[in-house]
Write a protein that binds this ligand. Structure first.
Ligand code: ADE
Length: 239
């Protein structure tokens, strides 16, 4: 079972996430574990449970202090089983960008410890001491790492065996082969005078596969020329 340990100041943000839909079912079936850890509980300040302070050098905003962050993540690591392949991740817009490729890479671990920053971030010394792998979910700034941790957990979890009901659906979908997915249709055959492409009703599976492939290529070329160029380059390299 793969465990996601989430260190955060806002564990309540994960309550619905861990109970709902695919992730909820995976947790209930014991395929994954999602545990939250309140960083505030590791504050050395027993009276006010303070975890943040002003930044050296001045500037707006507060920073999470190294000690509670380090102690929280260390406590989680300390509880891990001896043989666990563990990996500490800090969610940050300054990290490498999460792609399907990165998600696949992360499935190799038994335990991912996800550190969520808030305010203006975390004291750099804690990140260094923890040797945290910085991961961003895209080039925009969230007000905290929590949503990013959910995105990462969802993306990695659905690649694990058994998490998706149908083994196949993780295979033929967007970004498989680095292409966008082809358009899909369900009943009724005609809706608002729009007809489902005839080929999909033909029963000719070979033709359907060809059509889908063509649509995937077309769509990628139009909507994501960057992905299309990379795809073409790979095709050339593979001969
Ligand atoms: N925290 C704030 N913005 C983020 C982003 N884009 N990705 C990951 N963590 C973040």
């Amino acid at each position: 079972m793969m465990t996601f340990d989430i260190c955060t100041l806002f564990p309540e943000m994960f309550e619905t996430f861990t109970k709902t839909s695919i992730i909820g079912r995976a947790v209930a079936q014991g395929l994954i574990g999602v545990c939250t850890h309140q960083i505030r509980e590791y504050s050395a300040d027993e009276k006010h449970r303070k975890v943040d302070d002003y930044t050296y050098g001045g500037g707006a905003g507060m920073l999470m202090q190294a000690q509670p962050v380090y102690d929280c993540v260390s406590a989680v690591l300390g509880k891990a089983d001896a043989g666990d392949r563990t990996h500490v991740i800090y969610l940050t817009p300054q990290g490498r960008v999460l792609t399907q490729e990165v998600a696949k890479e992360l499935t190799a671990y038994d335990r991912l410890v996800l550190l969520c920053g808030h305010y203006e971030g975390v004291d750099e010394r804690a990140l260094e001491a923890l040797d945290a792998d910085g991961i961003s979910i895209g080039d925009y700034v969230l007000s905290g790492g929590e949503l990013a941790a959910m995105v990462l957990t969802d993306t990695v979890a659905r690649l694990l065996p058994g998490v998706l009901g149908n083994e196949e659906s993780a295979q033929t979908e967007s970004f498989d082969e680095g292409l966008l997915e082809y358009p899909q249709y369900t009943r009724p055959e005609v809706w608002m005078e729009k007809r489902v492409p005839q080929i999909l009703i033909s029963g000719d599976h070979k033709k359907v596969d060809e059509w889908r492939r063509e649509q995937a290529l077309q769509r990628t070329k139009e909507r994501r020329p960057d992905l299309y160029a990379a795809y073409q380059k790979r095709q050339e390299a593979d001969g």
